[in-house]
Design a protein around this ligand. Sequence first.
Ligand code: DGT
Ligand code: CA
Ligand code: CA
Ligand code: ZN
Length: 582
Amino acid sequence: MDNKKVAEIFDEIASMLSLEDFPNVRFEVRAYRKAALMISTMQEPVDEIYRKGGIKALMEIPGIGTTMSRHIEELVNTGRLSKYEKLKKKYPIDMTSLTAVPGLGAKKAILLYRKIGIKNREDLKKAIEAHKIKGLEGFGKKSEEVMREGLLMLESGSGRQILGYVLPVAEKIVDKIDRSGLVEKVMIAGSARRMRETVGDIDILAISKRGPEVMDFFANMDEVSKVIQKGPTKSSVFLKIGLNCDLRVLEPLSFGAAVQYFTGSRDHNIQVRQIAIDKGYKLNEYGLFNKSNKNIGGISEESIYEKLGMQWMPPEMREDRGEVKLALEHRIPKLVELADIKGDLHTHTKETDGVNTLEEMADAAIRHGYEYFATTNHSKSEHIAKGMDDKKFKAYFKKVDKVRKSVEGKIDILYGAEVDILKDGSLDLEDETLKQMDCVVASVHTSFNMNEKDMTDRVIRAFSSGLVDIFAHPTGRLIGDMKMHKARAGYAIDLERVAEAAEENHVALEINAFPDRTDLNDTNIMLLSKYKVMFSINTDSHSISHMDFMRYGVGTARRGWLKKDKVLNALNLISLQKILAK
Ligand code: DGT
Ligand code: CA
Ligand code: CA
Ligand code: ZN
């Protein structure tokens, strides 16, 4: 049983429990949701943790208590969960996938089941097409339209999954193949190597003289649920996580050409191939061939670009957005790297909706080699997230002071908050409270359906307070996949006007690295790079394991061609503090 499945079951239980009426029901729903979030974003499989260390090891996972550990034990040992099955009898509908539809919550889903028998997404689609929801009691006029759009949005991304949850699986597969001793080299290509925010499938390339054995090994891996096609040099499998994975075995002389070709993107390749043709060469996935059909550059990606008179460029740039011209002119910029990042400026703790204590977050930040990080809990309007009011922030900062002392010399903790930008553009905490903070992150969490002008004015008004340091997840969108991750279109906002105001008020724009968000995205970063505005790459961590998400933010920044000098949290503490003080 993989983590995704366990998380889905917990999430589904939470959805069903939210319909029940007993004391503490909210508390229980929260516990299941928290466990689901924790497990779905963990790298290590819970069944392995259980097999190695039993219940005790499970209990050590933050956010997982006795009940959840017992549940995991039952799932691992029997493949079933009696609590889940009991609830499922009462609510025989596919709750998680229904409530993933924007505009449809658990209560409405159960109403739809009781009134017109909707059990799953297929039923919902039919009901919407037949306009059966429009007249139903409890459903507003716009609700059918909102759900119809929500369904469309989900389906347009159909089959693609979020990079942050796929890449660790891909890396694990590559690592196992590497350690099998059957290959000389193995690596990830395709959209995952380009760090695209979602991937359609995983592409893996290897060098080996023992193709058939490699393919046997690959087809029999734990991660595989079904073999689609198996040959001596190419195989395709369907993974348990619900995605295809292709493996190709190559000769050393073709490996570089294959890496270049299968890294893509397709549009980038078309451009590069044209350059080869113009030079009288032929370029394909087997090599770069001259007029006498000799392979002159297939051995490495670098040699292919070199023979074509181009500078090598990072995979993240290969999207046909002008990088080919730059490479020909040898003007590829030096992009920001993970190693440049000196701290994380948007993180949560147990005090609001995180699962770890500040001490644990500080430890994790130290392990990441950071110089500093900011603790930025939610403000009071975020009821569900247990947002704090001014008084609670003051009390919390006393606690921060203590932890600060205990980690002195190892890391600096910045006081902060993720303060809500309210509907009228005011901030959800007193000016006095915010003035005491080192790092104020501000964000929009409510009233998403304002028009573009009003939303932009709202945000700019917040900037003009002079108290905001970072504008978090600027568009508010959520990527979403078919199951656990809920999709949501962002609010309407004029990012260029926001960037102008950010420049004026010394506000940095966030590149939120949390895989479901990736907000700003690559194209927005490119669009806004022309402004003198800084960007802050933050994980928005709600647990220590989320701190590993930084690389997805950096990947996105690189896809937006961002250089280190534009990244706020690539500055050392002293330079950072100078900017934050403005
Ligand atoms: P994905 O899987 O949809 O997230 O995106 P990719 O880019 O991984 O695409 P995929 O897996 O279909 O193919 C891997 C790479 O192979 C792609 O990035 C470029 C190359 N490729 C595939 N089809 C073509 C093609 O028709 N022409 C050219 N020039 N290259 C192609
Ligand atoms: Ca692919
Ligand atoms: Ca592929
Ligand atoms: Zn946050």
